[in-house]
Design a protein around this ligand. Structure first.
Ligand code: SF4
Length: 263
């Protein structure tokens, strides 16, 4: 095993020389906003284990970045986040949740006021309608509570499989993995969970993610896609799983410096 100092030296040297030694990024990789289907070799069981071991070591308790204070406000925030950024949703929700943090209050607030409060978010008209209607249904059918059931959640207006998965995971601690654009890209790019659509990627993740990592897999992958494995210019030189990633477009040193760092 390498001494700690020696490992740090190797990494510092590698980082310094990285810019000069990077492989050129192909035109296809530069313009890749989603994935190169089938381009990555599937990861082995050992590589997947190592990938999640590193994610966990780097961030033992990952959290959602959507501001919320109870299962209901989480549900509303996730509904509002469709085709919008978490940061954009978080700017709009404080006054909304101050006015209505329960289904009964949201239903009483009504569509017009909700619409005014969320008008900075894309598709706000449809979302306001859905939020008020789902609040009414929660009051009428679920005693004003957010149900802990995929079926019941998906029956609510504006709630699809992805939203249900996030709510089940974050609010109720279920080991579900919601596949959004970031997870779809990371799953395909790295070779972790190749699939042609989000459902295929989700099914694959269900099969390959080790059980002990499933609870947090959603957040680790989303954060990795959001801050490191970016769509247009992935930050491969800062990536903690670069040596495991099977994407031909990755831009990393070919020497095993990174592997040694984790010994
Ligand atoms: S090396 Fe890391 S950042 Fe680069 S493509 Fe692979 S997973 Fe994404």
């Amino acid at each position: 095993m390498m001494a700690k100092k020696s490992v740090q030296k190797s990494l510092a040297k590698a980082r310094k020389g990285n810019a000069a030694k990077l492989k050129p990024v192909s035109k296809q990789a530069r313009t890749d906003t989603t994935v190169l289907h089938g381009a990555a070799k599937p990861l082995t069981k050992a590589q997947i284990e190592e990938m999640f071991r590193r994610f966990q070591a780097a961030n033992p308790e990952p959290k959602t970045e959507l501001a919320h204070n109870n299962p209901f406000t989480l549900l509303v925030a996730v509904v509002l986040s469709a085709q919008a950024t978490d940061a954009g949703v978080n700017k709009a929700t404080p006054p909304l949740f101050a006015a209505a943090d329960t289904p009964a209050k949201m239903a009483a607030l009504g569509e017009t006021q909700v619409r005014d409060l969320i008008k900075t978010i894309g598709l706000f008209r449809t979302k306001a309608k859905n939020v008020v209607e789902l609040s009414r249904r929660l009051v009428a059918d679920h005693g004003g509570q957010v149900p802990r059931s995929r079926e019941a959640l998906e029956a609510l207006p504006g709630v699809g499989r992805k939203t249900a998965n996030v709510v089940l995971n974050v609010a109720f601690g279920e080991p579900t993995i919601a596949v959004d654009t970031h997870i779809f890209r990371v799953g395909n790019r790295t070779g972790l969970a190749p699939g042609k659509n989000p459902f295929e990627v989700e099914q694959k993740l269900e099969q390959v993610v080790p059980a002990r990592y499933k609870l947090h897999a959603h957040h680790w992958l989303i954060l990795h896609g959001r801050y490191t494995c970016l769509a247009r210019k992935p930050l491969c030189d800062k990536c903690i799983i670069a040596d495991l990633c099977q994407w031909p477009g990755k831009t990393v040193l070919q020497e095993p410096v990174r592997e040694r760092a984790y010994e």
